[in-house]
Design a binder for this molecule. Sequence first.
Ligand code: COI
Length: 354
Amino acid sequence: MEIIKSNKSRISKVDFSNLTFGEEFTDHMFTCDYIDGKWINPKIVPYKKLKMDPSSSVLHYGQSVFEGMKAYKDSNGEVFMFRPEENFKRLNISAKRLSIPEFPKKYFFEGLEILLNFDREWIIPGIGNSLYIRPFVFANQAGVQASPANKYKFLIICTPVKAYYSENVNVLISEKYSRAANGGVGFAKAAGNYAAQFYPTSLAQKKGYEQIIWTDANNHEYLEEAGTMNIFFRIGNNLITAPNNDRILDGVTRKSVIDLCRYLNINIEIRPISIKELISAHNDKSLKEIFGSGTAVVILPIKSFNYKNIHYNLIENKDPQSEFLKKKIMDIQYNIGEDPFNWRYKVPKSTFSK
Ligand code: COI
């Protein structure tokens, strides 16, 4: 792999105690090109601007998918990722749906490992600190024909982060807008899925709700996701989350929560859950908690929701399952607790020294 080191680190310019999610990037990035039917030129290079043709297909048709992962440092300075294999698999599942050629596993993991070693100092130890890793691929053919491109670029960039939200959030249940439809691309981490959320989310924010609970596109009766997160409801003694289908992202944190619940004998139900059931559980006080899950947030409690202009506050929970599950997951991520599933992935020290 070609490696070009940056000759001056920007790390001293970064205020790590005051980070806005995803605004500072590390010194290096990984890049790889798809040309003439092959992924070629895997490289680590200094983080820099890209040159693109104004007709590049991604700018016109949005042929692009991405992943979100994190790296953590323990108190001995060892670096870990959480289930990176799952992100790699999902990247290619998303890519297939968007007619993007499959990315080779060897390049993905080599690129990641060398990059994380090069920018190791950017990973700050301590609970809550992590390096958010953004692998992404986009169509880079010049020309506005509406067909799959014959050129692509794959990159990995990294940004040091703290908590995505500083507080628990309020959500608005969608009565009109949809995130995804049957047969569509909701299950894929397609760039356009996120762009399509911005406008409805900005309307919710004007009403004082940080995120939207996306409902099924047919009748807006079932609760599917919350903003960029999967969603869980604790009703009585059961934790409930919607089943995966072609509208719902197969979240790595979502599936980890499900596996942990099964392992810890927490009742978990994977089934459709309706707005009607949610409101009735709120009214009879069996609704104990709602929380979102995702790589960026890990687990984020939801403190209130709005449906048809009625605001519902959740009763404060003295013993939240969200906190318990978040701790279990973070203990694995930060190499503090037992890892019964082997989810922790130690990043080997690279043979390429800096
Ligand atoms: C993630 O949790 O990785 C996400 O995809 C959220 C991101 C859009 C910030």
